[in-house]
Ligand binder design. Structure first.
Ligand code: SF4
Ligand code: SF4
Length: 399
């Protein structure tokens, strides 16, 4: 987007302020510059040259979660997420080359399936040697950044055990991206199981890579487009089904991948064999709705409809789902204190309602919420909704 187009996009804002009570960072700080309207004014000042760049100004822009809660209530349809992406891209270009390369290297490492598998093994070792206890004793857990990485690595899972490629000639391909195999291993196994029982042949293509969302939301649109293009070239001929709502939202930005489906929406839309009845489960489940699912994919009604197939399951939405949990892609690593402050009200709801399960469709949210529940001593399993569906499938041969 050129500077003129960026200014045009911000000019759509009529400064009505209707978005302010819906913005998580404004609700925390009550500072105008931490609100959508305030950030748009800062972008206008910066891009038009009225304001000079400063660390303080950059800080207000960078603290946006890109949750897009403001977009869903804005009467002028201001695309705050896209405006923030564009301004980050412009600000990134002004960084000294070594800082730009450092940031790019960090983002690429987070988007590398190989490095994510190594992180999973480190996390397992950390658990095995009681790393959390040791870090507390050494005072390391008080360092927000160390704490943020450690609590996430602890939640990573060993990659799923499944048939390597799946059915020959299948039309449905499961999207793994960079990290699903270690952040959502259970969801992938469950997806394969449920699709199999519905008689839908599925393939796991040999080449898969990061969708590019982390790069796009951190000021590297060219590199993000390259990731999307590679995925489109490798997977564009299949119906792509993803277990991570944020990745599906990003994939849809490419015209060749516009049909990418979120797993629950896909399973809700296909017909189920007559007589395939799920076993009852008498338990309480709360449904968390990630911002990407709510504000970019049109909401998670399909999750509720799928879970309603399990007899005796008591399903309700986690209160205040419209407010971001603080995970927000890489945000929880870049702003760990804000991420924890936004998690607090979620944990208060969980503590009050004490469900057996909390289900969510985005891996970053799942890791963040699970770490919070673990630290608060809440015996709640955080998983993908389709994991519950898979567990309640009747044994093979039984209808
Ligand atoms: S972003 Fe939308 S809701 Fe917020 S102040 Fe501007 S026009 Fe109003
Ligand atoms: S995207 Fe989220 S954090 Fe950013 S301004 Fe909008 S509501 Fe606030």
């Amino acid at each position: 987007m050129t500077t003129d187009k960026l200014l045009d996009a911000t000019d759509q804002c009529v400064k009505c302020g209707l978005c302010l009570p819906h913005c998580p960072t404004y609700r925390l700080s009550r500072v105008e510059a931490e609100s959508p309207r305030g950030r748009i004014s800062l972008v206008q000042g910066l891009v038009s040259g009225v304001l000079s760049p400063s660390a303080r100004l950059d800080g207000h822009l960078a603290s946006c979660l890109e949750c897009r809660a403001c977009e869903s209530v804005c009467p002028s349809l201001v695309g705050v997420g896209s405006i923030m992406d564009q301004v980050y891209a412009q600000r990134t270009l002004t960084l000294p080359p070594w800082r730009r390369q450092l940031r790019l290297g960090w983002l690429k490492s987070l988007g590398s399936p190989r490095l994510m598998r190594a992180a999973q093994r480190l996390g397992a070792l950390y658990r095995l040697v009681g790393g959390a206890r040791l870090a507390r004793r050494l005072g390391l857990s008080r360092l927000p950044l160390v704490n943020a990485y450690a609590r996430l690595a602890e939640g990573l899972q060993p990659p799923p055990r499944w048939e390597p490629q799946g059915a020959e000639g299948a039309e449905v391909a499961l999207f793994l991206g960079c990290s699903s195999e270690v952040t959502q291993a259970g969801a992938l196994e469950a997806a394969a199981q449920v699709l199999g029982r519905l008689g839908i042949p599925m393939v796991r293509p040999g080449w898969q890579g990061c969708c590019g969302a982390m790069l796009r939301h951190n000021g590297f649109p060219r590199e993000a487009d390259q990731r999307l293009q590679r995925n489109a070239a490798a997977l564009g001929d299949k119906v792509l089904v993803g277990v991570a709502s944020a990745c599906v939202a990003e994939l849809r930005a490419h015209p060749g991948l516009a049909q990418a489906a979120e797993l629950c929406a896909y399973l809700d839309a296909v017909s189920w064999p007559n007589g395939l009845n799920l076993s009852p489960l008498s338990a309480d489940v709360l449904v968390h709705e990630p911002c990407s699912h709510r504000n970019q994919l049109g909401g998670n009604g399909a999750v509720h409809r799928l879970l309603a197939r399990i007899p005796a399951l008591r399903v309700a939405a986690l209160p205040d789902n419209a407010l971001c949990c603080g995970a927000a892609g890489t945000y929880l690593l870049q702003h760990p204190d804000t991420a924890l402050a936004l998690l607090e009200p979620k944990l208060a709801h969980l503590n009050r309602l004490r469900p057996s399960f909390l289900v969510t469709t985005n891996p970053g949210c799942a890791l963040h919420l699970a770490a919070g529940a673990r630290e608060a001593g809440l015996p709640i399993e955080v998983c993908h909704p389709v994991e519950l569906i898979a567990r309640q499938l009747p044994p093979l041969g039984v209808r």
